[in-house]
Design a binder for this molecule. Structure first.
Ligand code: HEC
Length: 503
């Protein structure tokens, strides 16, 4: 079977420059959001307000699948209506009260019930990549091999060991081996730190030290904190992203050392935006702590959230970090003003560090990371709120201030995506199997279920192509030492790899 992915090269960063984009922003927001929600059909309400998080095809996303018969927050019509009305900001569910009318919320419940019935009747079906299918792209043709398709839940990241095995994290807190021939080792690795699985957080990043063959260090990024049971109510959770390293002996995690374990006072109950992702370079580790929903906290250098950090790979603070001499600043901070970067990669050609950052609705960004720079969240953004309202935040005096699209002293993105594609996972392709993709940046996307290939010249994106589409939400994309491209998919949870076919 042959199939062509159209080379839709004219994506947002080419067809619209930043200044043009700014001029048309109010109109675009009006088109993609909703100025008045009063007279629209329930299908359109779902498409416009809910699909960004619950999936255009009801496949789930940042918010769960709403049509699989599983209702975590109450399964009666009244309970579902209440969840929609009151939301759950801790977990990232928007309260729709005041935006949608009572009638509209009631029709959403009916609509979801209909869809639930239809889906349960025919069984959930997801596209499965066929091993014989060749996908043609501009420069290379490839096939997809499915390595693992059962036994894993919410896989998050992959790392490669010199003996051909791989390490795979699952959000629930399991660290697994994938054997050299690509099979899931049923026995999990025991003794890693307790992980607080909460909303989007849990066990996330895994990476091996560049000198792993000599030193054996494995690094993990996880949600660290406490969970206390409360009588008859919700658990009391406090957590934040932390970085730890250890060595794996057999199936045991040993010699553990915390690289960065934020003070417990920085933990929060929010279930959103944990960041993570590591890059190693010249004895340093770079990592991300997402903003945890904390708006202006991102601009506060005495807090670790909403920042990209740089430490020596043993956790010491480098003496030349940009804020080591700033009073009360967290000394590991490398750059700030970030919302939720979940892609981090370095261009080996010139050592430039890039991050992809989840924006609000319509504000996903590719950023070039410079020491000490401010990336502007929530003061500057091209996106808007999930409810279609402009982004705003509270100033020091508590007054509401509208976000702007540019501001002196705040970095502009190298590229942006409107609508948001939900960027997650990022890697430069440096192998030989796909030689014409050499030094291209591979960008994973959850909501749009795709991988984009960005050609970068002189630190600018000169072209962009979708090379993979619609086989699941892309959580991580990583080039293996074998030059093949490994892709972690969520919903359906799978590990697949892209292998050359012909061209
Ligand atoms: C910004 C993202 C976001 C948007 C937009 C959003 N939701 Fe949610 N929703 C969530 C999250 C996160 C949860 C909690 C998931 C969990 O508990 O794991 C949730 C939970 C829910 C639940 C409870 C599901 C259960 O298992 O009990 C319902 C019902 C729901 N959403 C309906 C809606 C509807 C209807 C809309 C549109 C009007 C909507 N949501 C828009 C993020 C979102």
């Amino acid at each position: 079977m042959r199939d062509r992915i159209h080379s839709q090269v004219a994506f947002h960063c080419e067809f619209m420059t930043l200044p043009t984009m700014r001029k048309f922003l109010p109109m675009l927001l009006c088109l993609s959001g909703i100025a008045s929600a009063q007279q629209i059909k329930v299908e359109d309400i779902y498409a416009k307000y809910c699909s960004g998080c619950h999936g255009a095809k009801f496949e789930g996303g940042q918010g769960g699948i709403l049509v699989d018969g599983v209702w975590k927050h109450g399964s009666t019509d009244a309970e579902i209506a209440k969840t929609i009305t009151k939301g759950n900001l801790q977990l990232g569910m928007v309260p729709w009260e005041g935006i949608l009318t009572g009638d509209q919320i009631r029709s959403l419940v009916i609509f979801l019930r209909e869809k639930e019935k239809q889906t349960l009747a025919k069984g959930m079906s997801f596209p499965k990549p066929s091993p014989d299918k060749v996908t043609k792209t501009e420069l290379h043709d490839y096939r997809i091999e499915t390595l693992v398709e059962s036994g894993i839940k919410d896989p998050w990241a992959i790392a490669f060991l010199p003996d051909g095995r791989k390490l795979l994290t699952e959000k629930s807190g399991r660290l697994r081996f994938i054997t050299a021939d690509g099979k899931l080792d049923p026995k999990e690795i025991e003794g890693i730190p307790a992980v607080i699985e909460h909303g989007q957080g849990g066990l996330m990043e895994v990476a091996v030290h560049p000198d792993y063959a000599k030193n054996g260090w494995v690094y993990l990024g996880l949600s660290d904190g406490t969970r206390e049971k409360r009588e008859g109510g919700k658990d009391e959770v406090r957590c934040i992203t932390a970085v730890v390293r250890g060595k794996i002996k057999g199936h045991k995690w040993t010699e553990q050392e915390w690289i960065y374990r934020p003070d417990p006072k920085f933990r929060s109950g929010a279930g959103v935006h944990f960041g993570t992702r590591f890059v190693f370079d010249k004895g340093y580790i770079y990592f991300v702590i997402g903003e945890r929903g904390g708006l202006m906290e991102v601009q506060d250098l005495s807090l670790p959230n909403g920042k990209i950090h740089r430490l020596h790979d043993d956790g010491r603070v480098p003496a030349d970090n940009p804020f080591v001499k700033t009073k009360d600043a967290i000394p590991g901070i490398w750059s700030y003003g970030h919302r939720n970067p979940q892609g981090l990669a370095m261009d080996a050609r010139d050592g430039t560090l890039y991050s992809t950052e989840h924006g609000p609705r319509g504000g996903d960004e590719l950023n070039l990371i410079k020491p000490g720079a401010n990336y502007g969240w929530p003061i500057v953004t091209l996106g808007m709120n999930y409810d279609g309202m402009p982004m705003s935040y509270r100033g020091p005096d508590g007054k509401e201030i509208l976000s702007v699209t540019e501001k002196e002293g705040m970095e502009e993105p190298v590229a942006f995506w409107l609508p948001s594609i939900a960027v997650c996972g990022l890697d430069f392709y440096t192998g030989d199997k796909f030689s014409k993709w050499k030094n291209d940046l591979l960008v994973g996307a959850l909501a749009q279920q795709e991988i984009r290939r960005l050609r970068i010249e002189d630190k600018k994106v000169v072209s962009q192509e979708i090379i993979l589409k619609d086989i699941g939400r892309v959580r991580d994309v990583a080039m293996g030492p074998d030059g093949l491209i490994y892709v972690i998919l969520n919903g359906p949870d799978r590990l697949v790899r892209i292998v050359p076919a012909g061209k």
